[in-house]
Design a protein around this ligand. Structure first.
Ligand SMILES: [Zn+2]
Ligand SMILES: [Zn+2]
Length: 498
């Protein structure tokens, strides 16, 4: 093959027409080579299946997987080798449903829609026909995942056709296509969306390591919903350095100029901003209590309605099947960690943060609106904005300070979170009765983020009886929520408070 390389002097002798034709043919040949390599890679993967045991091609070659063998043979990266395998599988699928045409003709959604075979056949044929770059197809198929059952395959096929059309009409980048596919999956498979949100949330962690020289390393892992809350204000603050939008006012431009001149590295600026926000949150009463909402949640009216109904249903549901009768565990100092009461797929609403492909679950949406710290952008079913109001129930800084004095921290028994690390739970369920939406301090209690979401996830309800608050888990005896501030202890000891 090396002998096929032309000499530069041969190329120099070509006419303009010959040269352009030569380059066009080379492009075609390269595409054929790439596709052939992908199909061969898929075959290597097939012959390297784990169940083949010692007969596995990869194992005979002394590597772990077919992709690894492809990597070794081609000298590519493992990521590229894996991608080649996936594209090869697509091309095999295409060959199975439609014979290769001599000339695929212009791209056409109608042709793809008429294809027989699996739901993914259109995307396979689109790649084979050269109508869709393999990179896009790869992102779309991995974003969509697999349909849960046969009943949902027609919807997946429709989705694939729509995504392909969007790639053409909207000239989507592979990343955009992947994000759109992931969001589509969340809509088509609500159970997956719910489980995925939970799975991501479970992985949250913060590790703190003190190095020998005294520097401290924080290794923080958060789910997309939490990241939206952390990252949105930071990104806005550092936008001139992070490639944000252009600035309109003189003041903005001056600030942008200042930040550009700042001698700190981006990493140092990020560290300074992150810690400044954290410190501001800790020193003000109620974390971010005086902030204007920085996170906007986009939700359609019907999804919001679903979320409100599901929230009410969780509160009125029979006891869940987890460990019976387990209100938050005072002894261990943490709340009982049960899986969320999952409504039937499609029964709960979903909402979106910052155009991220991972939706908020209904419970996350209700929790965010309950606290009033997030703004909801309501859209009708055609995607038109109805209203972009700040949730009208936000407690003021002064009210939060009063609540901090009254509750002394997260009210859940055994929870150690101080007032600074709490958000406000509104006793009147969000959206149930507009007239209830007054923001008097007696209508809210402080809960830490975890216990707040836990409450909404499991249909917990907090009731006020006079000056006392009671926690109801579905089907269980109510538990009195005792204030944690020493001042309250004093007043109760003196008999001045119940
Ligand atoms: Zn709440
Ligand atoms: Zn708590």
């Amino acid at each position: 093959m090396a002998g096929m390389l032309p000499h530069a002097c041969d190329i120099e002798r070509l006419s303009d027409g010959e040269l352009t034709e030569f380059v066009r043919l080379l492009g075609q040949a390269a595409a054929v080579m790439q596709s052939s390599a992908a199909i061969a890679a898929a075959e290597i993967e097939t012959r390297s299946r784990r169940e083949l045991g010692p007969e596995s091609l990869a194992r005979k070659a002394g590597v772990k997987s077919g992709a690894e063998l492809v990597q070794r043979l081609t000298g590519s990266s493992l990521t590229d080798a894996r991608k080649a395998v996936r594209v090869g599988v697509l091309l095999e699928t295409a060959q199975a449903v439609a014979p290769e045409p001599a000339d695929a003709g212009p791209r056409s959604i109608e042709v793809l829609a008429a294809l027989p075979g699996a739901w993914s056949a259109p995307i396979a044929v689109a790649v084979r026909n050269g109508w869709l770059p393999a990179e896009h197809a790869d992102r779309i198929t991995s974003g969509l995942g697999q349909p849960r059952d046969d009943a949902s395959t027609p919807a997946y096929r429709q989705a694939v056709l729509r995504l392909i059309a969007d790639c053409w009409d909207g000239e989507l980048t592979p990343e955009d296509a992947g994000r759109a596919a992931k969001a589509t999956r969340a809509v088509l498979d609500r159970e997956w969306a719910q489980q995925n949100a939970q799975r991501l949330y479970e992985q949250r962690s913060l590790k703190r390591t003190v190095r020998g020289d005294g520097m401290v390393k924080y290794d923080l892992l958060v789910d997309p919903a939490t990241d939206a809350q952390i990252w949105t204000p930071i990104r806005r603050h550092l936008s001139p350095r992070l490639g944000g939008p252009r600035f309109m006012t003189d003041e903005e431009r001056a600030r942008a100029e200042e930040l550009q001149q700042d001698a700190r590295t981006n990493e140092q600026l990020l560290a300074d901003t992150f810690t400044a926000f954290l410190t501001a949150g800790v020193t003000s009463s109620g974390v971010f209590g005086k902030y204007t909402p920085t996170v906007t949640i986009a939700v359609t009216t019907s999804e919001l309605k679903k979320a409100i109904t599901a929230d009410a249903a969780r509160r009125n549901s029979p006891p869940h099947d987890g460990p019976p009768g387990q209100p938050p565990d005072a002894a261990s100092g943490t709340s009982t960690h049960r899986p969320p009461a999952t409504p039937p797929p499609g029964a709960d609403g979903i909402a979106w943060l910052d155009g991220r492909p991972e939706p908020l679950t209904g419970a996350q949406l209700i929790t965010a609106l309950c606290d009033g710290d997030a703004a909801a952008a309501l859209l009708d079913e055609t995607g038109q904005t109805l209203d972009a109001t700040k949730a009208e129930r936000t407690f003021s800084t002064r009210q939060r300070r009063a609540m901090a004095l009254r509750d002394g921290g997260c009210l859940i028994p055994g929870c150690p979170m101080p007032p600074d690390a709490t958000e406000a739970h509104h006793l009147n369920p969000w959206g149930e009765n507009e007239a209830n939406h007054k923001t008097e301090t007696k209508d809210g209690v402080l809960l830490c983020k975890f216990d707040h979401l836990n409450l909404h996830n499991h249909g917990g309800r907090i009731e006020r009886r006079g000056n006392t608050y009671w926690l109801h888990w579905p089907g269980e005896e109510p538990v009195r929520l005792l204030p944690k501030h020493s001042l309250t202890t004093q007043l109760r000891t003196q008999g001045e408070l119940p």
